[in-house]
Write a protein that binds this ligand. Structure first.
Ligand SMILES: *[C@@H]1O[C@H](CO)[C@@H](O)[C@H](O)[C@H]1NC(C)=O
Ligand SMILES: *[C@@H]1O[C@H](CO)[C@@H](O)[C@H](O)[C@H]1NC(C)=O
Ligand SMILES: *[C@@H]1O[C@H](CO)[C@@H](O)[C@H](O)[C@H]1NC(C)=O
Ligand SMILES: *[C@@H]1O[C@H](CO)[C@@H](O)[C@H](O)[C@H]1NC(C)=O
Length: 509
């Protein structure tokens, strides 16, 4: 796909959303089916009041005549309108909504801490990407990448392929070159998995390295829409490890609004930040534990298995010491949320945290989980409640705070982590584990450990897969060395292309 075409398509959709384009064709054509599919991804064209720099992007497209608008005489004026006049009125109505109609019109008190930090580092915020409905926590039946307000997210490599759960939009928007970098929040797999299947780098930091912005009583509660402060972690999704590390450097650090966790984790932040570990010989001398079972088993008839073997050979050639065929104790229990305690804990934590979050929004049509459930029942046509249900929400609503059962569940997860991942890392003196795909994410999730997914290949249908490196809390420097070293040695990622270069049917752009 031509670089920039997608951005232009996206811009056109944005203009249409905002009412700047009539239905009549403008001088801008697309002959690429994949590009059309991608541009129709539900990246929601949200804006904030900080859109000044966006102006240059829009103006550039107008100047280059990539977008031509017959009805507007002065192109400068349009760029001004889009970013100044429109920003406060039209853009604000798109804000802060996940993909649920229940939050239509909701307003947060301000930027999340990670967004504040990104702006301070000079980033231009282009918008919020769509996600799977309530990060796939409303019901197990909702489709990955689907939410009611923006529809189905499309994997840019294989339109019929799984874009994965929650932060699918963040990964898709990066994969499709709509944005340079994006952020996601992972509770269990939501950065690693979308990165894995959309062929981008996903970096899930140690819990608390990035602020989730839990409010204190004195402050407006803003930040990440929560499931569990025990497991939620904000991290970058990017084209490359280098980009991810630059974003990581910008967003990590102590935040009094998420005081306990960020204080605990900020001791891990190295003096001079993380960029210094972008060392292409970083693999040399690293002890890497290869965990095949059961993760490689998920790739039965796929070329991923042989690619994984080839990658292990590359790692070995670059000087890694591979400790092969390691088994994580009780991995079957760890991977089963009903046995590990994860389900019990998350349901109760979600109710507490989402209620607190909704209560403290500056404005919101719903103020509690019970309110969302009632809204969904009342608006089944919009929310497809009859079709997809909301049984996870209902189960969460039935919980009653953190009681004996929940404490046991958390202790169980702590034990599983200690006897499983932690023991495996220590006994084998590992710098990192390496596994195929994203299955390892759950092991890392319940223990609060960091992980990074790097593009590792494409199977026969063109469906991407990644390789996942994991480490103990605070081991980001080693993960960066290994992930960057692997990426530089293999350079697997390629942007999505259209297999047949099909014409977009009736798509006058
Ligand atoms: C752009 O804004 C100016 C005033 O700032 C207004 O006169 C003009 O009609 C606007 N154009 C469009 C297309 O909205
Ligand atoms: C792999 O494929 C074979 C043959 O199709 C099948 O018998 C086996 O159960 C599959 N294994 C897994 C783990 O899916
Ligand atoms: C349900 O819909 C009715 C009729 O539109 C409305 O009066 C009521 O407030 C709604 N309740 C909820 C919880 O949304
Ligand atoms: C966790 O491990 C400790 C120490 O081995 C044990 O006493 C405790 O019963 C375990 N808790 C659970 C919930 O398994």
């Amino acid at each position: 796909m031509t670089l920039g075409l997608c951005e232009a398509l996206w811009l056109r959709l944005l203009l249409q959303d905002l009412g700047y384009l009539s239905k009549q064709p403008i001088r801008f054509f697309c002959d690429n089916k994949a590009a059309c599919d991608i541009a129709h991804n539900p990246v929601q064209h949200d804006r904030t009041k900080h859109v000044e720099v966006d102006r240059f992007f829009i103006k550039e497209k107008l100047d280059d005549k990539i977008v031509k608008l017959p009805k507007i005489r002065s192109e400068d004026q349009l760029a001004d309108n889009l970013t100044k006049v429109v920003s406060s009125q039209v853009f604000s109505k798109f804000l802060d909504k996940l993909g649920s109609y229940a939050l239509l019109g909701a307003k947060v008190g301000g930027d999340a801490a990670v967004v504040e930090r990104l702006r301070k580092a000079g980033a231009v915020i282009l918008g919020k990407a769509s996600m799977s409905e309530w990060y796939q926590f409303r019901s197990l039946k909702t489709r990955n990448g689907w939410c009611p307000r923006s529809g189905q997210g499309v994997n840019p490599y294989v339109p019929s392929g799984d874009p994965c759960e929650s932060n699918s939009g963040s990964a898709i928007s990066v994969a499709a070159n709509m944005v340079a970098v994006s952020l996601g929040t992972e509770t269990d797999g939501s950065i690693i998995c979308p990165a894995d299947v959309n062929s981008v780098v996903g970096f899930k930091p140690t819990i608390g390295l990035t602020s989730r912005c839990r409010g204190t009583k004195l402050r407006v509660y803003t930040g990440v829409i929560p499931i569990s402060p025990r497991q939620d972690s904000v991290g970058p999704i990017c084209w490359s490890v280098l980009d991810a590390v630059y974003v990581l450097d910008a967003i990590v650090g102590f935040d009094p609004r998420d005081g306990e966790a960020t204080k605990e984790a900020s001791k891990f932040i190295p003096v001079g930040g993380y960029k210094q570990f972008l060392n292409k010989d970083g693999i040399a001398g690293k002890r890497l534990g290869v965990v095949r079972n059961p993760f490689s088993g998920f790739y039965n008839r796929s070329t991923a298995i042989s690619a994984f073997e080839a990658h292990l050979t590359v790692l070995r050639q670059r000087g890694a010491i591979l400790v092969d065929n390691l088994e994580i104790e009780n991995v079957d229990i760890i991977l089963n949320p009903y046995e590990s305690g994860e389900s019990t804990a998350l349901l109760a934590e979600f109710k507490l945290n989402i209620n607190e979050y909704l209560k403290e929004l500056t404005h919101s049509p719903v103020r509690s989980l019970a309110g969302i459930i009632a809204f969904n029942l009342n608006n089944s046509d919009l929310e497809k409640t009859d079709e997809y249900g909301q049984e996870v929400f209902i189960a969460a609503e039935m919980t009653n705070g953190i009681g004996k059962q929940e404490r046991m569940a958390m202790e169980m997860m702590a034990n599983l982590s200690q006897d499983g991942f932690e023991k495996l890392m220590m006994e084998n003196k590992l710098d990192a584990t390496v596994a195929l795909g994203s299955g390892m994410a759950t092991v890392l999730a319940i223990g609060g450990y960091p992980g990074v997914s790097v593009p590792a290949g494409y199977d026969g249908d063109g469906m991407p897969f990644g390789i996942c490196f994991g480490g103990l809390k605070g081991m980001e420097p080693k993960l960066i060395e290994v992930a960057y070293g692997f990426e530089q040695a293999t350079k697997i990622r390629r942007p999505p292309t259209s297999p047949n270069n099909l014409l977009c049917p009736n798509e006058p752009l």
